[in-house]
Design a protein around this ligand. Structure first.
Ligand SMILES: Cc1cc2nc3c(=O)[nH]c(=O)nc-3n(C[C@H](O)[C@H](O)[C@H](O)COP(=O)(O)OP(=O)(O)OC[C@H]3O[C@@H](n4cnc5c(N)ncnc54)[C@H](O)[C@@H]3O)c2cc1C
Length: 363
């Protein structure tokens, strides 16, 4: 039986939302810059910011969870962990397996950073799970994009732009997401091999396994995770070969891949690279690697400078984000940069949210 449609709610009439809208309007009028802020778990990594904090963590709570429809709407300040635990109690989960760095981390922060875990390549990216977003734009107006159910998302969906917007397109108030059921069974196969051997084996594993939900290389092991019905998982795991990890061991390794598998401390810089998964093994000085998403996400710690990383990625069409010692991204193509500017202009004409938290470009 389908749930009745959610009644339309006028968020602008809520006193807390009206206060936030007024704060944005007066900042726009006075030429001040605001930084939407959730749990502020990223401040240490990026700061200092140029804007005054616009606190959204108190605007929290699950507004509507309809298990039969596999959808949830929650306020942006809802702690991500609380949402994940509530969904798990109902036998459901977020399909994009977000990092869960600290109890204070919020849903709004996760969407603004656009971060997805190992399941991204085989289930859904955070962006693809977004059904709708209600936000305050740079004029202080409450805008609603997309919807709260799966059927009504058609055409170009502005809500998806909020994934990875770093709080520079507006302050999110409510977020609607599609969900998936928790799998009946999960099993991880591990095969000892080198990085080039892992890259050579990954395409065949990805092509034949319907239950695949993670394909990585960590500490000299190729890891293939299968999730679904026990029968399907057993078939795919058997075909993959290797040894079966104990559930706790597997959970620890996938949690590392989800949160960032290489330590932020140590010599050189820590990078997260996105590239076509069929790109070959890449060479960087003094490099320590970990692979995720079947080779499409590559974590590396290396003494190479940002220019060398950008030059290495260029032939493959990839891009990189340096996470430490400070946050830098490899240069964007000019066309993409121009498009980004036009979107910013449309959503925030006076630059209220131009606080510069988006990672700056390297040389
Ligand atoms: C480069 C990088 C470094 C990281 N470093 C750390 C770290 O050192 N420690 C750690 O625990 N985790 C870290 N993380 C993970 C991150 O903290 C989590 O993904 C978390 O979910 C962010 O939630 P938050 O509420 O703390 O966001 P915040 O830190 O409050 O904000 C993060 C970004 O999201 C925007 N934002 C937040 N809420 C909203 C909203 N409602 N509307 C619009 N924009 C919003 C902010 O403007 C900011 O740009 C890092 C992630 C990245 C990409």
């Amino acid at each position: 039986m389908t749930a009745p449609p959610a009644p339309r709610r006028d968020l602008a009439a809520e006193p807390e939302v009206a206060r936030l809208c007024d704060a944005v309007k007066s900042a726009a009028a006075e030429g001040r810059v605001l930084l939407p802020r959730g749990g502020a778990t990223r401040d240490g990594a990026l700061g200092p910011f140029s804007g005054e904090p616009l606190a959204l963590a108190a605007y929290a709570g699950i507004v509507r969870h309809t298990p039969t429809e596999l959808v949830v709407t929650a306020r942006a300040g809802t702690p991500l962990l609380e949402l994940v635990e509530t969904l798990a109690a109902a036998g459901q989960r977020l399909p994009f397996e977000p990092p869960l760095p600290a109890r204070e981390a919020t849903l709004g922060g996760a969407v603004a950073l656009g971060t997805s875990g190992p399941a991204r390549a085989y289930r859904a990216a955070l962006r693809d799970a977004l059904l709708g977003v209600t936000l305050i734009d740079g004029t202080g107006t409450v805008c609603r994009f997309g919807g709260e159910v799966m059927k009504n998302v058609a055409g170009f969906d502005v809500s998806r732009l909020m994934a990875g917007s770093y709080g520079e397109l507006g302050a999110m108030l409510e977020i609607s997401l599609r969900l998936e059921p928790l799998p009946e069974w999960s099993q991880t196969q591990a095969l000892a091999c080198t990085l080039p051997e892992a890259l050579a084996r990954m395409p065949a594993l990805a092509a034949r396994a319907g239950a695949l939900s993670g394909l990585a290389w960590l500490d000299g092991w190729l890891l293939a995770r299968f999730e679904g019905s026990a029968v399907e998982v057993e078939l795919d795991a058997k075909a993959a070969g290797g040894e079966t990890l104990l559930p706790e061991d597997a959970a620890t390794r996938w949690a590392r891949l989800r949160e960032g598998p290489l330590s932020a401390k140590g010599d050189g810089a820590l990078w997260c690279l996105s590239m076509p998964n069929d790109a070959p093994a890449l060479e960087l000085p003094d490099a320590n690697w970990a692979l995720d998403w079947g080779g499409a996400r590559r974590w590396v710690r290396s003494t190479a400078d940002p220019g060398a990383v950008a030059a290495m990625l260029a032939p493959h069409g990839g891009h990189g984000l340096r996470l430490s010692p400070s946050v830098v991204r490899t240069p964007q193509p000019a066309a993409l940069r121009a498009l980004e500017q036009r979107v910013r202009q449309a959503m925030d004409p006076s630059g209220v949210f131009a606080h510069g938290a988006t990672p700056g470009e390297g040389p």
